[in-house]
Structures are given as C-alpha cells and as structure tokens.
Design a protein around this ligand. Structure first.
Ligand code: BG6
Length: 278
C-alpha cells in the first residue's frame, strides 16, 4: 500500500494549517490564540486508497452512496484523488491555497468534471468549492464539505441555528420521512441528519470554552453527524472511544438538493468557520 507523503503546512500571523494533496484534504486549522479547531482520528489511514478520517473530506460527485443508494466509493472519489496545487500564497492575514482536479468520465460518473477548491487559512477558515462542466451534456452532482470539529465532550455540546428546519434522519430506526427540528440539538445517541438549511449554525462547547460559527453560501443542506458508540466501534479507521471528541457539521447539496451543472457552467459552494471564546 502506498502511503501518503507529509501534508503541506502553512503558517501566517493569523493561523497555522495543513492539508494533503490527497483529496485536497484540510487536516488542521488553528487560528492564532485558539486551540486546533478540526478533529483528526488517531486511527486514520494515510494511504492512497483511503479517505482521511477527520479534517475536511470533500464529498463529490456524490454524497454517501448517492441518490441511487448504490454508488461506491462512499462519498464519491474526489476525496481519494490527488489534487494539483496551482497557488499557495501567504500574507500576514493568512494563507490561500488553490487546488484543482480534473475528473475523466468513468463508468459510475460518465462525465468530465473540473473542480477548483480555494482554502484560506486565516482568522476564519474559508473553503470554496467550484465545479465546472467542460463537456457537452449536463450532469448532476451531490457535494459536501464534511468538516470534523473537535469538541470537549459531545454530551455537553449544543448546536443552534437549525430550529424549525426539516431533516432526513439517517440514524438506525429513524422514521423514513422528514421531521422538523424543535429547538437546539443536544446529543444523546447516534446522530446522522441531513437538514434543509442555508443559515448559520453555532456549536457551543462549554468544556473547550468556545463557540464555533459555521456559515455557508449556495449550500441547501447542513449535515450533522456523530457516530456514537456502535458505529464508531464498527469503523476500522475510527478509534472506539473517539466519538466523544468530535462532531461533523457539513455544508452540502445532497439528495433532493443535488445540483445540475449545464455544459460550460459552474457551481460554487462556500463554507466558513470562525471561533469565539466563551
Ligand atoms: C456522514 C454521513 O456525512 O458521513 C454518515 O451522513 C456517514 O452516514 C459519515 O457514516 C461518514 O462517512 P464515511 O464514508 O467517511 O465513513
């Protein structure tokens, strides 16, 4: 198995960060004066065939097993391809890194697709994913910036901003129909939900004494995921006891909100994180 080379590391007055060309995968963002914001599994694989567990996986051109529920690899192949770095610029305000990927038609996704991913490691982490259709036929994609946030203890974390939003519950034994969020989210079991939401979400973490604000544009869905005990134990690249220290709050366009990109057209989704001390 070919192991990944070391990640690129970026340091400015505003933040430190790191990313692998494999998947254009951001694995660290630490704004000055704060603890690291992103979570990484100690059991992650770092080989060419695997997705990295933690940081910000890019799900593209489908989410999960896709709308047909039978696509592989899970979350599409962009997170296990090598992206090309076309720019890396550091100023005191932060580092900007531009990644590009050209996907050739394949059996499972028979279209050419170009992706550009702009990452700014600054006082905010700013992520912008642009998908362009260079071909002559329209295609439809799902996409997600599958951000893993480090938390003190998931039992004490509160997520606000999704009150009144409908969601599809993907957790075991959940109802098959959409339900509506009542109030804030607290975590007491496996949580795997695709919300219809474009607004800001706030993660309040009393143990780490911080609040993390997630903002998005052109993203119809916010996915909230914590695997809890059994699913964590079932994942070989996820430590059995690590689930208490993480939470995914993802910007996405998935399921009924998949995006059709016409020939010659582009679609851009952005996702930003900022941190405030409590
Ligand atoms: C989430 C999905 O986005 O990603 C979950 O909603 C899934 O269902 C999780 O388990 C992790 O996926 P993977 O493929 O990285 O193990």
């Amino acid at each position: 198995m070919t192991m990944l080379p070391s990640p690129r590391r970026f340091t400015s007055d505003a933040a430190t960060g790191a990313a692998y060309d494999h998947g254009a995968h951001v694995v660290e963002w630490t704004p000055a004066g704060h603890a690291p914001v992103l979570w990484m599994s100690g059991a992650s694989r770092f080989d060419m065939a695997s997705a990295i567990r933690g940081g910000v996986p890019i799900c593209l051109p489908w989410f999960g097993a896709g709308r047909s529920l039978d696509l592989a690899p899970a979350h599409g192949f962009a997170r296990i391809r090598t992206w090309f770095v076309s720019e890396a610029t550091t100023t005191p305000a932060g580092t900007t890194v531009r990644y590009n990927l050209e996907l050739a038609p394949s059996e499972v996704f028979p279209h050419s697709l170009n992706a550009e991913y702009l990452v700014v490691f600054g006082t905010e982490l700013a992520l912008e994913l642009t998908v362009t259709n260079p071909g002559t036929d329209a295609f439809t994609i799902e996409e997600a910036l599958h951000t893993y946030i480090a938390v003190g203890d998931i039992h004490s974390v509160v997520v606000s901003g999704l009150d009144g939003c409908a969601y599809l519950d993907k957790a075991p034994e959940a109802p098959a129909t959409a339900v509506v969020q009542q109030g804030d989210i607290v975590f007491t079991d496996e949580t795997d939900r695709v919300y219809s939401s474009t607004g800001d979400v706030v993660i309040t973490d009393p143990l780490l004494k911080r609040r993390i604000i997630v903002s998005k544009t052109n993203s119809a869905n916010t996915v909230v995921w914590n695997p809890w005990i059994a699913k964590a134990a079932a994942m070989p690249d996820f430590g059995d006891d690590e689930w208490t220290g993480m939470l995914c709050v993802e910007g996405a366009n998935a399921l009924g909100d998949a995006i059709t990109v016409e020939p010659g057209a582009s679609h851009t989704m952005s996702y930003r994180l900022r941190v405030e001390a409590l």
